[in-house]
Ligand binder design. Structure first.
Ligand SMILES: [Zn+2]
Ligand SMILES: [Zn+2]
Length: 271
């Protein structure tokens, strides 16, 4: 069984009572956290997941809404009394790892113990990366089109054999780019950023500031042959108008389109 839990779906400045975008993918005994914004400990607690259960953390890029919770998550492991506790494997590009180390250095200094012992998998920033984290779980990463300061990676997770054949893909923060079609091909669930609305803000129709619209997300879901499209990282200016983004994507894509609420859990295969 593969489960995707939406821990938060907000943009950099989230909506009232919202939190930044982060997701947890549960596949067999593996729990893969995707991004780690400032509220990550509360986000995990809200869905009844302990940091002790996380086996992997993937960081899309170094913008604060995606990494500022990293020192706090590591502090949780540092302060844990459990001698058997193992820190999760951290997965990021070299540039993002540099930022994570800098964040830790200014937050808590050089830490020893669990946080420092966390295994690392460095994935390429400029090319496609393939990383097998489990005999039945393959990760594919690909550069997105977001920010020169904070180069971003999208992620495809594929499972097989005893876990069932499933595909879920995450764009992370990005404007339009060809790698989305590669990551999202035949995905049961495409989690696509839709920071803006082309309907409500036509000036952003081609994407803006390294971000996409719901229209772009819908087009990409169609190109990918995805089954379901989750619109995330929605700018707070659209609070209460999420239906406009859903309708905008639906004009491009026949599959199921939704804006998840924090805490929503989706089981793949249960379309
Ligand atoms: Zn962001
Ligand atoms: Zn960003």
């Amino acid at each position: 069984m593969i489960e995707v839990i939406f821990l938060g779906v907000g943009a950099a400045i989230p909506m009232r009572n919202g939190t930044n975008a982060a997701y947890l993918v549960r596949a067999g005994n593996e729990n893969i956290l995707i991004d780690c914004g400032p509220a990550i400990l509360q986000q995990l607690d809200a869905v009844g997941i302990s940091p002790a259960q996380i086996t992997h953390v993937f960081f899309t890029h170094r913008h604060g809404d995606h990494v500022l919770g990293y020192p706090m998550l590591m502090l949780w492991y540092e302060l844990s009394e459990d001698p058997k506790l193992q820190a999760p494997t951290l997965i990021a590009s070299p540039q993002t790892f540099d930022a994570l180390d800098a964040l830790m250095a200014v937050s808590y200094g050089t830490v020893e113990g669990v946080a420092e012992s966390a295994p690392r998998i460095s994935v390429p920033q400029e090319s496609i990366g393939r990383t097998q984290i489990h005999p039945n779980i393959m990760l594919t990463t690909a550069p997105m089109a977001h920010s020169d300061f904070a180069p971003s990676l999208g992620l495809r997770i594929e499972t097989r054999n005893q876990l069932g054949k499933h595909v879920v893909a995450f764009t992370g923060d990005t404007g339009p780019n060809d790698n989305i079609a590669l990551l999202g091909r035949d995905a049961e669930l495409l989690v696509h950023e839709a920071t803006y609305s082309a309907t409500l803000n036509p000036e952003y129709a081609d994407g803006a500031y390294g971000h996409s619209t719901a229209q772009i997300a819908g087009r990409n879901a169609r190109t990918c042959g995805a089954q379901r499209l989750a619109l995330v990282h929605i700018d707070a200016i659209y609070e209460g108008r999420e239906h406009a983004l859903i309708e905008e994507a639906q004009r491009e894509f026949d599959g199921h389109v939704f804006v998840p609420v924090a805490g929503l859990s989706i089981t793949l295969g249960d379309a």
